[in-house]
Design a protein around this ligand. Structure first.
Ligand code: BES
Ligand code: MN
Ligand code: ZN
Length: 497
């Protein structure tokens, strides 16, 4: 969806949206609309008991001057509580209302809508950004849907005297939204369409945006000794892939920021087969890789001044006559051996070799991996936070800050020697599971064994965040694209000048 910015007169059709602060003065935009409608806005606010509280809405259908449209009063909350994250949600709310309706166009009236601690162009751009992020649907496979089930909204515009300045700020945000939408598309695709081979091809297409993309197949990975990753894909008819995406927008001397993603295109559990009920969710077990791919596109679109490499391990975890068995011992690229006691704990096996490759091939300034790694993280943090595991306090705080700035929040989880002790194996260097206790932390302890001392590293478990079972402020039910905005902000705040 295109968001347009204009200083011109308001359109006479579509939905006109006027944000109103709680207890604040009426904005210029409000007052002029009120005049145009013969005082309808003030009357509606009174009758509708509208105070401007966050989330409150009063809709005027066909008021004077806008006979073919409507005007929506939108609560913006207390002026002192306006933040960029709140502005995103403010912009998204009317889109949620009108996205699938009869309306084709939505116009925000933002003249005079300002907040104390935020520059007005940034505030208006943030509202546009939130609106665009909410205007997403994955409808490619609907062929018989009724019109009312498909998006009606075709146009979102921002109307304010600062529209042109806001449009400049919006350009980068628009690029980030493209990355979020790419991640949502990848996560939404079913596994018969998006498998390691087709996924790698889609990544290759990103070269048209200025990324360098390299794809390793099974032969190349075998040569590198990636027995851990290859063991997971062994039961699949599809060839496992490792995709390396580079955005080199920084100084040549700048060490790259490395993002590593779990890309299990479908996780049946393998021979340790999952129950059938709910197994369909495992099409989105590549959510970590989607976030990495999405952020690479976002960085390219906004021409980030940093060197960033995205590495994703793409496999399909299938049961088969040739599939890996529980109890098999595999040798990872690092040389460490792993006893695979449960073939359903496969994400860590994929990441292990992807992490080693990252350190062998690059000289990372930092490594952050993202993965839908454990069900246990959902038990701990529900669908509110991603779990963040790292021995590095500074890195955790940088990621926590990026989470707060974007609303894609992470919560630090414990990772220490006790968790490492829990993955000792009787016959190999480690086993890939321990008991149910602290399952997310033992998974993180497993990954840590593949990161060399001295390299700042964090693992983010997004199992509870990649898919929204309920509508969220910035996305409908379905793929959230979680992680793209978090990682983009992490790069912007720490590695760009
Ligand atoms: N992909 C799953 C984790 C998952 C579960 C993601 C639910 C999203 C929603 C992962 O590969 C897995 O199966 N983990 C097991 C690990 C166990 C066998 C040690 C789990 O969490 O049950
Ligand atoms: Mn699994
Ligand atoms: Zn998995």
């Amino acid at each position: 969806m295109n968001v347009t910015f204009s200083k011109a007169a308001l359109p006479k059709t579509g939905a006109i949206v006027v944000p109103v602060f709680q207890g604040g003065n009426r904005t210029v935009g409000f007052r002029s609309l009120n005049k145009m409608t013969g005082g309808a806005l003030e009357r509606a606010a009174k009758v509708g008991d509208f105070s401007g509280k966050t989330g409150q809405q009063v809709e005027l259908i066909s008021p004077k001057g806008f006979e073919n449209g409507s005007v929506l009063l939108l609560g913006a909350g207390k002026p002192g509580e306006m933040t960029l994250v709140n502005a995103h949600k403010l912009g998204a709310r009317p889109v949620a209302k009108y996205f699938k309706s009869h309306e084709k166009a939505l116009t925000f009236v933002l003249d005079g809508f300002t907040a104390n601690d935020i520059a007005t162009d940034e505030l208006h751009a943030a509202i546009a950004y939130g609106a665009r992020l909410r205007a997403y649907a994955f409808d490619v496979y609907r062929t018989t849907a009724k019109r009312s089930e498909m998006p009606s909204l075709k146009k979102i515009s921002i109307n304010s005297s600062e529209a042109l300045e806001a449009r400049k700020v919006f350009v980068d945000l628009d690029g980030i939204a493209d990355g979020v939408f790419l991640a949502r598309d990848l996560v939404s695709e079913p596994a018969n369409i998006l498998h390691p081979e087709s996924y790698a091809e889609r990544c290759k297409e990103l070269e048209s945006h200025g990324l360098k993309v390299e794809v390793l197949g099974e032969k190349a990975m075998a040569k590198l000794g990636m027995g851990s990753l290859l063991g997971v894909g062994q039961g699949s008819r599809k060839e496992s892939k490792l995709v390396i995406m580079k955005w080199l927008g920084g100084d040549e001397a700048q060490k790259p920021v490395c993002f590593v993603g779990k890309g299990v295109c479908f996780d049946t559990g393998g021979i340790s087969l999952k129950p059938g009920e709910g197994m369909w969710d495992m099409k989105w077990d590549m959510g970590g890789s989607a976030a990495v791919t999405g952020v690479m596109l976002a960085l390219a679109k906004r021409k980030a001044t940093a060197n960033v490499v995205g590495i994703i391990g793409l496999v399909e975890n299938m049961p088969d006559g040739d599939a890996q068995r529980p109890g098999d011992v595999v040798t990872s690229m690092s040389g460490q051996t792993i006893e695979v006691l449960n073939t359903d704990a496969e994400g860590r096996l994929v990441l292990a070799d992807a992490l080693t490759y990252t350190q062998e091939e690059f000289d990372p300034a930092v490594i952050v991996d993202l993965a839908t790694l454990t069900g246990a993280i959902i038990i701990a943090l529900a669908h509110e936070y991603a779990g963040c595991f790292s021995p590095d306090d500074e890195l955790v705080s940088a990621l926590t800050d990026a989470g707060k700035a974007t609303g894609e929040e992470v919560w630090r989880m414990p990772l220490n020697k006790a968790h490492d002790d829990m993955i000792k194996s009787e016959i190999a260097d480690m086993k890939n599971i321990s008991g149910r206790e602290g399952g997310s932390s033992t998974a993180a302890a497993f990954l840590k064994r593949f990161v060399k001392d001295g390299i700042p590293w964090a693992h983010i478990d997004i199992a509870g965040m990649a898919w929204a079972y309920k509508e969220k402020p910035l996305c409908a039910k379905g793929a959230s694209g979680f992680g793209v905005r978090l990682l983009d902000e992490f790069v912007r705040a720490n590695y760009e000048d």
